[in-house]
Design a protein around this ligand. Structure first.
Ligand code: NDP
Length: 681
């Protein structure tokens, strides 16, 4: 008899069987939870002490690399996860969303971390704001790891992705995680955690797993900890009101059930490609994961005169869906995750039917495909129609967490927005229209009560990732009933696990804290040109003040001829005299090029390439007769552990460049991004 184990304080714990977990497909027991009592006080202390310490021994860049290593290892063992996950009722396509989607999230955070986070464990969130008249006192913000543990409680529908989308940004931030998957599908999460453990990329204490109840865990949480939750609004309410969460102001992020929508705009009729795209999207959302997605479409808003056309088309499409054992060839929709969930969905359909009629579904002759499926948690797609939403519509309140959606007619698109808002805050709505003017008018109205909007037309449909897909780079979560929380959204998700702190002080102090050059900080100037230093030897604040150059009319003419830029400001004496500058001025790009000519070290050296500019501003005009000089200062160093194509280790160096004129006025300001070689071994 297989007993699942928790992974607590570095040990796999669990001998005695407790709850039997049946397969959603045929009712056979897949595994048991364990009955052993867990020491949660020890778990959180171990997380902070051992996990926190090990994570802090790495930096953002190293943790990003570790995420990638875990993702690669998991990918090698994908088949094992797929095989086990079939018992949750998931088809191959569903597993793609959960399992490959989970790996994809790890890969995404690995690459976002490498690209967007610094070396070290301090994120500088600029800009630096001068707070005194003479730049002796300034302020900025830093983000640092919180030092506590993150408790992640997940729903049953995505046992892999659900865990990984929370774990990835937490790990990158340097915070240990304690994950608690929903019991009904926790056997898949247990396998994923075992594989992550086996990968060798997971520092000790950085991930713990709870199988079963959270016991007195919440009593042991402290101010530096964080809780995130995905599941029902009722549980979210209960947990966020736990006295210890309230008393210690512990951040609590919730993503709860949501009544998401699809709106067919009045400009789309059955002759348009968009009509088919709309219907296809609904069919996909109703049947993927058997409708058990927090983002699935529950309400379908359709112009009154299109109701019959939409219902007919959906009826036709849904009738082609074969429901049954996911391992049987041709099966398109699997089971709900458990018999309990099936009973829940059936009860909710009965509630919905108090204000709606049935278009597709009903007990009838439904029989799931495959042997033993009579003991499984199968249900066919149910399409409902609420003809008179003005006299009440249960679909605005009741979430049947399965393949169930309700068509709701509307008069004008503004009415559709009004009806949509009755969901009291949703994760996502798809608006299908051919008319950008409708999208432009309606999307801002919808945005006020949504976490995400998916604007669907024939063009977007060619590449759309779909209504229901939360993407690592975009925010997931929604206001009000959807939980009021936020997950993902690129590197912002990492910020949820970092403490943002304002720092005030002299520029030199700010530079020391942010590990970045801050204008006004003490400079390091030596006889060695900074471009001659290898990555390791270069110091932040190391600086070069160049010789001067007087700009001439010949420079302007030569640059104009070379670049082909004969803009009147540089070449038309009369027009330039009438302009705000009152005279001809040099091209901004000339100033940029001239500055490079002033500061580069021309010989071969460790600076390998210039790959771009950031924050470029031309501040004052430069005219013939003006004399410019540049200051180049090492601003930031990032060690991404990269090597050049020919195998030489290198790092990223960002340089602050300021160009001044003869009156000491700044004429141009920017950062240049370079690749600098490390010392030969
Ligand atoms: P629940 O809210 O019951 O459970 C969600 C998670 O919370 C599970 O891990 C569960 O563990 C845990 N949990 C429940 N009670 C407690 C508690 N007192 N203390 C600590 N943890 C607790 O939701 P379900 O997953 O059962 O789904 C029910 C409904 O939630 C669905 O029908 C749907 O409406 C909604 N839902 C929303 C999702 C979303 O992403 N927004 C996703 C999935 C579901 P355990 O399983 O051990 O009870």
């Amino acid at each position: 008899m297989s007993v699942l184990k928790s992974f607590i304080a570095g040990q796999w714990v669990g001998e005695k069987p407790a709850k039997a977990l049946p397969s959603a497909v045929n009712g056979e027991i897949v595994a048991h939870t364990h009955d052993d009592t867990l020491d949660f006080k020890n778990a959180v202390e171990y997380g902070r002490r051992v996990g926190g310490k090990n994570l802090m021994a790495m930096d953002f860049q190293e943790r990003a690399l570790a995420l990638k290593a875990m993702a690669l290892y998991l990918q090698e063992h994908k088949k094992e996860l797929y095989a086990l996950s079939m018992h949750t009722g998931s088809t191959k396509g569903d597993n793609g969303i959960d399992i490959d989607g989970g790996f994809g999230t790890l890969f995404s955070y690995a690459s976002m971390g490498r690209r967007e986070l610094p070396s070290g464990n301090v994120v500088h969130e600029g800009p630096v704001t001068p707070l005194g008249k003479n730049n002796h006192f300034a302020g900025t913000h830093i983000l640092v790891p919180r030092g506590g543990v993150a408790v992640h409680i997940d729903a049953y529908n995505f046992p892999v992705w659900g865990m990984l989308e929370k774990f990835a940004p937490t790990f990158l931030a340097g915070m240990p995680s304690i994950v608690k998957p929903a019991t009904s599908t926790c056997y898949v999460t247990e396998l994923a955690v075992r594989l992550m453990q086996e990968s060798g990329a997971l520092p000790e204490g950085s991930l713990q797993l709870i199988i079963g109840s959270t016991g007195d865990l919440f009593d042991h949480l402290e101010e530096q900890d964080v809780v995130t939750f995905t599941g029902s609004a009722a549980t979210a309410r209960k947990l966020r009101n736990h006295p210890n969460i309230i008393n210690r102001s512990i951040p609590f992020n919730a993503e709860a059930d949501s009544l998401n929508s699809a709106i067919l705009a009045p400009d789309v009729t059955p002759e348009h490609e968009e009509f088919d795209v709309f219907v296809k999207e609904i069919r996909r959302e109703m049947t993927a994961k058997a409708g058990q997605k927090c983002t699935a479409i529950r309400r379908i808003f359709v112009p009154k005169d299109q109701v019959n056309a939409v219902c007919d088309k959906l009826k036709e499409q849904l009738s082609k869906i074969t429901v049954g054992d996911p391992s049987v060839e041709g099966v398109r929709m699997g089971a709900l995750a458990s018999i309990d969930q099936l009973e829940d969905v059936k009860a909710n359909i009965q509630e919905l039917l108090k204000t709606s009629e049935l278009v597709v579904g009903g007990e009838g002759n439904f029989k799931a495909t495959g042997d033993g499926t009579e003991k499984g948690a199968f249900i066919e797609p149910h399409l409902l129609l609420c003809r008179n939403p003005e006299s009440g519509c249960g679909a605005h309140d009741i979430e049947a967490f399965g393949p169930v959606a309700t068509v709701i007619p509307y008069d004008t698109v503004e009415d559709a927005v009004e009806l949509c808002s009755k969901g009291r805050g949703s994760l996502v709505t798809t608006l299908t229209t051919r008319d950008p003017a409708i999208a432009g008018r309606v999307a801002p109205l919808l945005a006020a009560f949504h976490g995400r909007l998916h604007l669907l037309d024939a063009e977007a449909a060619k590449e759309s990732t779909g209504h229901g897909s939360p993407l690592p780079m975009l925010k997931h979560g929604g206001p009000g009933r959807a939980g009021g929380g936020e997950e993902l959204g690129g590197i912002r998700a990492v910020h949820h696990y970092l403490q943002r702190t304002a720092i005030q002080g002299s520029p030199s102090m700010l530079a020391a804290v942010t590990r970045e050059y801050v204008r006004g900080a003490d400079l390091i100037e030596t006889d060695v040109h900074p471009f001659r230093r290898h990555f390791e030897d270069l110091q932040i604040n190391e600086s070069l003040l160049t010789h001067r150059r007087t700009v001439t009319e010949a420079d302007i003419v030569n640059f104009g001829c070379l670049s082909g830029d004969h803009f009147y400001m540089h070449f038309d004496e009369i027009a330039a005299r009438d302009s705000q500058f009152g005279k001809r001025i040099a091209h901004g790009y000339f100033v940029l090029s001239a500055a490079a000519g002033l500061f580069v070290y021309p010989g071969e050296g460790p600076v390998l390439a210039n790959y771009g500019l950031d924050t470029l501003r031309f501040i004052e005009p430069v005219a013939p007769g003006d004399t410019i000089r540049a200051r180049l200062t090492c601003k930031r160093k990032i060690d991404q552990g990269r090597t050049s194509p020919d195998g030489h280790p290198q790092g990223v160096v960002v340089w602050d460049v300021q160009v001044h004129n003869q009156n000491d006025e700044m004429v141009a300001s920017y950062d240049i991004l370079t690749l600098v070689a490390k010392k030969p071994e």
